[in-house]
Design a binder for this molecule. Structure first.
Ligand code: UD1
Ligand code: PEP
Length: 454
């Protein structure tokens, strides 16, 4: 099983450029199915989830190739298959994003349950509610969903919660539905906005992008387009946490600062100084941050919520950061039931904190972290543990790196470039798991394709 070996306690220094947003790349790849013309996506992160989704697009009959280190061309001229392999679909959450486009373009598909992070129950009711409102039929048979439609029709709907991927599915289906669709209580995250801007380039009319009400005029036919994925605000937040925990001076270039208000408020409560310089962030080194108390001297919290609130995906990073800040703060992750469980692993590394319940962790900092052997339970907890290891005294081993690499491209190389002592190792004699082997193969294929193209 691959692992990272880290010798922590070193100050890092340098500039890092965030990759394109994972959670935008996935729906935008799914949206390529909405047209029979070429779609070029720029700034696509070369991460495991993206490679898996490209595999699934190919199963459905699309041509897809890397046309640059981070550029993908997809042409879904002839959609052939309408059935996905359950193994591949269950490796990523985003397989469910094929539902909307396949209903719109091919009249349906058979969809196995999606995978994604094991961070608590992940309901899909909002997706099916929205698709049914647009006229789809959903039949569950032996754990597979059969989705069918004889033509989608625009509708006025209020989502029971602003589900991110649920909204994305609804928008993609509505983009080719007959007439107008209004989605109220829609999610408005930067990735939902990126997807909507792409659909507009493809010829669909959408009003209200970035708000909780989207008004979509469906089109019979959408065209190809070229579009760029915005910088990943979750990666930016992760690098802020990295700088804080390792007390390093780091510049984050092209950080899409227009999406960072709530993130900077969250890290601001942790007393961290982050300077916005144009579209870059500069985090001065050697900081000794102290929690900023609420008025009256009350204990503050970093808590998440639907956009534009502090992102749920950054709560794990906020937690590890809080272990290195003077004072007491509550980290409250309201959405997922098990995302905070990795707090125990931080305790094992020396952090002083109390896991109050599945959602709330009270952190009393700072504490001296020491190296440990740990396993990444999910993508963000994995990144938080990697950050902890880089700030800790001594040697750490982080297993299940595949989780981290679902979302962070070449993270070991990028950390090395900042001066981190991290290397990748394979424990000899141990078999790789199936998804790691597929990832390696897909990476090789992508590189070979690139070589052929010169
Ligand atoms: C591929 C992708 O884009 N994944 C993201 C997407 O997942 P995903 O789209 O699966 O997440 P949802 O927005 O559907 O909701 C996630 C969970 O939060 C709960 N919930 C949701 C909305 C709400 O207002 N209150 C609430 O408690 C839901 O019940 C659900 O259990 O959005 C999540 C929430 O930002 C992120 O963590 C994931 O990284
Ligand atoms: C939870 C996440 O991803 P996914 O929804 O793909 O599991 C994440 O990006 O933090």
């Amino acid at each position: 099983m691959p692992k990272f070996i880290v010798h922590g306690g070193k100050r890092l220094q340098g500039t890092v450029v965030p990759n394109g947003n994972k959670n935008a790349a996935l729906p935008m790849l799914a949206a390529t199915l909405l047209t029979d013309e070429d779609v070029f996506l720029e700034n696509v992160p070369r991460i495991k989830d993206v490679l898996t989704l490209i595999e699934l697009l190919k199963v459905l009959g699309a041509e897809a190739e890397w046309t640059g280190p981070n550029e993908v061309r997809v042409r879904a001229a002839n959609i052939g298959g309408t059935q996905l392999d359950a193994g591949a679909a269950s490796r990523i959450r985003a397989s469910i994003l094929l539902a909307g486009p396949m209903l719109a373009r091919a009249g349906g598909m058979q969809l196995p349950p999606p995978g994604g992070d094991v961070i608590g129950r992940r309901r899909v009711d909002t997706h099916f509610f929205a698709l049914q409102k647009l006229g789809a039929r959903v039949i569950e048979e032996n754990g597979i969903w059969r989705l069918q439609s004889d033509g989608l029709k625009g509708a006025n709907m209020f989502l029971d919660e602003p589900s991110v991927t649920g909204t994305e599915n609804a928008v993609m289906a509505a983009s080719m539905a007959e007439g107008e669709t209004v989605i109220r209580n829609a999610a408005a995250e930067p990735h939902v906005q990126d997807l909507c801007h792409m659909l507009v380039k493809m010829g669909c009319q959408i009003e209200g992008i970035g708000t909780g009400t989207l008004r979509i005029q469906g089109k019979k036919r959408l065209s190809g387009c070229r579009t760029r994925i915005t910088a990943d605000h979750i990666e930016v937040g992760s690098f802020i946490g990295l700088a804080a925990v390792t007390k390093s001076e780091i510049t984050i270039k092209d950080a899409a600062v227009e999406h960072l208000d709530s993130t900077l408020i969250g890290f601001g409560r942790l007393g961290l100084n982050v300077e916005v310089r144009g579209d870059d962030l500069f985090i001065p080194g050697g900081q000794d941050p102290e929690v900023i108390l609420d008025m009256g001297g009350h204990i503050p919290k970093v808590d998440d919520g639907p956009w534009p609130a502090f992102p749920a995906d950054l709560t794990s990073i906020a937690l590890v950061t809080a272990t290195q800040v003077r004072g007491t703060i509550l980290v409250h992750e309201k959405m997922f039931e098990s995302r905070m469980f990795f707090a125990d692993k931080l305790v094992g590394m020396g952090a002083r904190l109390v896991l109050c319940d599945p959602h709330r962790v009270l952190v009393i900092g700072p504490s001296q972290l020491h190296g440990a052997i740990v396993e990444s339970p999910d993508i963000r907890a994995g990144m938080a543990l990697l950050i902890a290891a880089l700030g800790a005294e001594g040697r750490s081993e982080i297993f299940n790196t595949g989780q981290i690499e679902r979302g962070y491209e070449r993270i070991d190389e990028r950390l090395q470039a900042l001066g981190a002592d991290i290397r990748r190792a394979d424990s000899r004699g141990e078999a790789e798991d199936a998804s790691d082997a597929t990832h390696r193969l897909a990476m090789k294929q992508a590189d070979a394709e690139r070589e052929v193209r010169g």
